[in-house]
Ligand binder design. Structure first.
Ligand code: ATP
Ligand code: MG
Length: 326
């Protein structure tokens, strides 16, 4: 069966790392049909529209979307695109690799972040000159969808269970509902869970990340805590992510468009190539996904390295070696 993959390189180094990941996918010789689409600052400058309707429709209709990065217009592009694929969970692995300097080289975590509500629900108001408010929305249904996904995820990936990070001692209604629902779904599915307050998690994960494995969190907590974990593994250029919906998904590196190095051909393609490996897994190509992961891991360990990792190789050099190792 042919899969349609929408490819949105975007701005800055998105234009460099996304084609690199597509080259890796093409080297696997699978039945993929790539359709390239525009989004971001450059297209906004031309047309006034950072996310053309055509791009939205393509993502909303494709099996999977591979996204690079966009600059200033990020919020106008990535939020609607996550909506286009009806993504209810954001998967963010934070893993340290041998051969790459990390604050905590023993880090190997996966964050499963609620992707639709919480404080990012969009309900903000300016009531007066002095007062602004935000409504934090947590629903049982979204918490349940996330929890069911988390149960399947840990079962399919050989994990013992997961940790629920929350702040239900203060936000009793919202995080209370989140915590209770997630714990209940886990129990129904025979999955073991433990709990941690999100502020305590921030400390514990820095001191000893091996205490944790899969961490399930509300939207804002997942955003902040996974960035914190990114610091522990030492490289924005290494972190992939997946936005998964019931039928479609969008894969993107965690980093942005990196205007400081854009156009130089030295961006690290690893995060985007690993995001492409997550896409392969999502589409059921487990062996190919493993092969890509292995080729990237070997390259991180043995080189060549781009300048962010202390080397002097180009994006193209690294990509070529990854493809050779496949
Ligand atoms: P944006 O507004 O698009 O997020 P930014 O200025 O915040 O851009 P980021 O892309 O978030 O930049 O990157 C932050 C820093 O990390 C920059 O110095 C950038 O060069 C570096 N960086 C990010 N991704 C990579 C990568 N793939 N390879 C090398 N360096 C990277
Ligand atoms: Mg940034």
């Amino acid at each position: 069966m042919t899969h349609e993959i929408v490819v949105i390189p975007g701005d800055g180094i998105g234009q460099e790392v996304t084609p690199a990941a597509v080259d890796v996918l093409e080297a696997l010789d699978l039945e993929f049909e790539f359709v390239e689409a525009d989004a971001g600052d450059a297209v906004a400058e031309e047309t006034g529209e950072p996310l053309p309707q055509e791009t939205y429709d393509l993502a909303a209709g494709a099996d999977a979307t591979l996204f690079g990065a966009v600059g200033e217009t990020a919020a106008d592009v990535i939020l609607p695109l996550r909506e286009a694929v009806e993504s209810f969970v954001n998967i963010r692995p934070a893993k340290a690799y041998p051969g790459v300097d990390a604050l905590r080289p023993e880090t190997d975590l996966v964050f499963l972040r609620e992707n639709t509500e919480g404080v990012y629900s969009g309900h903000e108001d300016r009531l007066s000159q002095d007062v602004s408010t935000l409504t934090r929305v947590v629903t049982e249904s979204a918490s349940r969808d996330l929890a069911e996904f988390a149960c399947d995820y840990v079962a399919g990936d050989g994990h013992d269970g997961f940790t629920i990070a929350h702040k239900a001692n203060v936000m009793r209604e919202t995080d209370g509902l989140f915590r209770d629902t997630v714990a209940e779904v886990a129990e129904e599915n025979g999955v073991e869970t433990d709990e941690v307050l999100m502020d305590a998690f921030a400390t514990h994960v820095c001191l000893d990340p091996t205490q944790f494995d899969v961490v399930v969190c509300p939207n804002l907590a997942g955003d902040v805590l996974s960035d914190l974990a990114a610091g522990l593994v030492g490289g924005l250029g290494l972190l992939p992510s997946a936005n998964v919906g019931p039928e479609r998904a969008l894969f993107e590196p965690v980093h942005g468009s990196a205007p400081d190095i854009a156009g130089e051909g030295v961006a690290n393609p690893a995060a985007t190539i690993i995001s492409a490996a997550m896409m392969l897994e999502h589409l059921g190509y487990d062996d190919e996904a493993d092969a890509v992961h292995e080729a990237v891991e070997t390259t991180l360990e043995e080189g060549p390295h781009t300048p962010d990792l202390g080397g002097d190789a180009s994006t193209a050099d690294v990509t070529e070696v990854v493809i050779d190792r496949l």
